[in-house]
Design a binder for this molecule. Structure first.
Ligand SMILES: Cc1cc2nc3c(=O)[nH]c(=O)nc-3n(C[C@H](O)[C@H](O)[C@H](O)COP(=O)(O)OP(=O)(O)OC[C@H]3O[C@@H](n4cnc5c(N)ncnc54)[C@H](O)[C@@H]3O)c2cc1C
Length: 384
């Protein structure tokens, strides 16, 4: 699948300018992903998927992002849902006391992904951002199931996904934050609000929710798991985008090299040095993402693993923004024209540090940790 991602990247790159210009969802890229079996990347082989681990996901995401960061970012949301579901092994489920019906629902969702369905994430809200403990969307018991009501924002792939992971708080006990997998259709209304600086093709629109779902839609089958999962296994919430933004950074270096060579600017020492520094910075960020991913596969949730996860997100976000800015400067004003790859990559790369955990939040987490505090609880505001 890594080879297939490398094969698809130039196809994505060829379509990226038009999708960015129109702020249009990359429908053809997603058809390619579906045909290539990518929706089953994180699904265990016993359920029909490729059974990839986090390291393999990170490599695939990096390659896809070299083609189109927006496509890779939306795919990341699906990989996060399916990766987190696959991470609930039968042993873990038993330790957590998850009911058998929840495991059957997990398997059904994963099988459908392997068969070509894909999932979006509707967590963020206007005002609350991605802080799970502050969400205004609520759920309550309704017959044998739940009624979920609220409004989400920045939902990448809104209007195109087959189902949405929706985070909500219990209306009677707001300390309980739960996640539901809700099929597209009645009760979910997309409001096309995404007209942004960068990652324009992600269709990260608002999603209004007033829907009743059966009990099996509650992920894990037990209420109140969302905050614990975010703290214990932060890799999908914090670091899965990291590989995407390192891929965007590498695409910026590649685009700058092409531009500089075609214009005969390579003899200028200042231009060469910018490319040299950028190359080294991207390689370093990629190594850190790789190390975090390796540790996630080997010892998920361990304190040292989580440190690398937060480091990876911080370095990927800042490296992408700095490298893309420097490559634009190396290439010159002609690369600032609309439609030039560097103009788009500069804007796409800008989003990396803003995605949760933002670079500032990552730096604070790492700083609190380095100073001997508890980085999950000692911040000035709730992390989640
Ligand atoms: C391209 C793109 C795609 C996205 N796709 C999705 C998606 O599919 N699904 C989804 O749910 N969301 C998605 N998001 C939304 C992303 O999760 C939001 O950026 C997030 O919810 C934060 O919202 P916010 O930036 O408006 O506000 P905030 O998180 O409130 O951030 C505002 C400022 O406050 C600071 N801050 C926030 N928390 C803390 C803290 N604990 N301590 C100190 N400082 C803090 C931040 O660093 C920042 O400077 C996407 C975002 C982007 C850019």
């Amino acid at each position: 699948m890594l080879d297939e991602a490398r094969r698809l990247a130039p196809r994505f790159a060829a379509r990226a300018a038009a999708a960015d210009r129109d702020g249009a969802f990359p429908v053809d890229d997603f058809t390619d992903l579906k045909n290539g079996g990518f929706f089953g990347l994180m699904v265990p082989a016993r359920l029909g998927g490729a059974g990839a681990g986090f390291s393999e996901y990170a490599e695939v995401a990096y390659e896809l992002a070299r083609g189109n960061g927006a496509t890779a970012l939306v795919f990341n949301m699906h990989a996060s849902v399916t990766g987190a579901l696959s991470g609930v092994t039968d042993e873990l489920a038993e330790a957590l006391g998850l009911p058998p019906e929840a495991l059957a629902a997990r398997d059904d969702a994963l099988k459908e992904a392997a068969a070509g369905s894909w999932y979006a994430v509707a967590m963020s809200e206007r005002g609350a951002g991605s802080r799970l403990s502050q969400l205004a969307t609520t759920y309550e018991r309704h017959g044998d199931g739940y009624r979920i009501r609220g409004s989400k924002t920045f939902c990448s792939g809104a209007g195109h996904a087959d189902a949405y992971l929706i985070a909500a708080r219990n209306a009677d006990d707001p300390s309980q934050v739960s996640q539901f997998l809700v099929p597209a259709g009645a009760g979910l209304t997309v409001e096309p609000t995404w007209d942004a600086l960068g990652m324009r093709a992600t269709a990260s629109h608002d999603l209004h929710v007033d829907v009743t779902v059966p009990a099996q839609a509650l992920l894990g089958g037990v209420e109140g798991l969302a905050l614990a999962v975010a703290q214990l296994a932060p890799h999908w919430m914090v670091a899965s985008y990291a590989a995407v933004y390192v891929g965007v950074a590498r695409a910026a270096v590649d685009a700058a090299v092409e531009h500089v060579q075609s214009r005969g600017l390579g003899r200028l020492p200042a231009v060469r040095a910018r490319i040299g520094r950028a190359d080294a910075a991207v390689a370093a960020a990629r190594l850190v993402v790789g190390e975090a991913a390796r540790r996630v596969d080997a010892s998920p949730g361990e304190a040292e693993t989580n440190r690398w996860v937060w480091r990876a997100k911080l370095l990927a976000g800042t490296t992408a923004a700095e490298v893309a800015a420097s490559m634009l400067e190396a290439a010159g004003t002609s690369a600032m024209r609309r439609g030039h790859p560097l103009e788009r990559l500069y804007r796409d790369a800008r989003a990396g540090s803003l995605q949760p955990a933002t670079s500032d939040v990552c730096a604070d987490w790492l700083g609190v940790d380095a100073l001997g505090g508890d980085p999950d609880t000692d911040g000035t505001a709730p992390r989640w």
